[in-house]
Design a protein around this ligand. Structure first.
Ligand code: ZN
Length: 255
């Protein structure tokens, strides 16, 4: 798909920066900008063509003109879909999306986005709403969605939502994403051929192993010099090496 993205606000109206809603020490414009940045790489890695239509920090004389400019960019790009990313305010909680009409082809995407943001971030799903008068929805030919990820004035909402998981939740609606996992070290099966309290004995064994063509190292662990000949992610491969070492007259076992 060709997807146009907009980071809500992030422009100057006259001499004032439009930072959108504020609450709990955060500004809407900062969250939308960082979210769109993350979204670009997530959507591109799914194979979509993406364009950010935000006129960052440009000056406009009044509010409507920057929306019109974004919409023009959306249609020049030939977007299949326009996502205008925002954060809500006003005392509620949860995610909602806005579309031009119930007949719009954006509706199925808007529903998915609501479901994914709600589930991935763990906030209420307020559903898809219709408003044909919103500029972002009205002034481009492409089907459009305004996404209001959560309420910035709700402490619980902004504690849960961040630019990373917000972007992930939106991207999940357009393909698979690689969810970030904690960095767990994979268990390795190491083959040990000896453990000595005297370094020289370990070095002697190391020489013998190398003379037979084995790749070996000495590791110091808890006061012992351990001679190891391999590390494998599969136990069966470690077993094969143990058998071979034994055939060559070495002691060997898996640790
Ligand atoms: Zn906004």
């Amino acid at each position: 798909m060709k997807i146009a993205l907009s980071a809500g606000h992030n422009v100057y109206i006259g001499s004032n920066f439009d930072c959108g809603a504020v609450g709990n020490g955060k500004r809407e414009a900062d969250i939308t900008k960082a979210t769109v940045k993350n979204l670009i790489s997530l959507l591109e890695s799914q194979g979509h063509k993406v364009k950010d239509v935000t006129p960052y920090n440009q000056k406009f004389s009044e509010k409507k003109s920057h929306h019109l400019k974004r919409c023009r960019e959306v249609d020049n790009f030939g977007a299949d879909l326009y996502l205008d990313v925002h954060i809500n305010a006003g005392g509620g909680t949860g995610v909602e999306t806005w579309i031009y009409s119930n007949g719009s082809s954006s509706k199925k995407h808007a529903e998915k986005i609501c479901n994914n943001v709600s589930r991935h971030i763990g906030i209420r799903n307020r559903g898809v709403k219709v408003n044909p008068n919103y500029w972002s929805l009205k002034h481009c030919k492409a089907p459009a969605i305004i996404i209001e990820g959560c309420f910035i004035d709700n402490a619980n909402d902004v504690k849960k939502l961040n630019p990373k998981n917000y972007a992930e939740a939106i991207a999940m609606s357009f393909g698979e994403i690689k969810e970030s996992k904690p960095n767990t070290d994979k268990k390795l099966y190491r083959v040990q051929t000896g453990a000595f309290s005297v370094r020289k004995n370990a070095d002697d064994l190391l020489k013998k192993l190398k003379a037979k063509g084995y790749d070996a190292i000495v590791v110091q662990d808890k006061g012992l010099y351990k001679v190891q000949t391999g590390a494998f992610s599969k136990r069966e491969n470690a077993n094969k090496l143990v058998m071979q070492l034994k055939k060559d007259g070495f002691e060997a076992f898996i640790v």
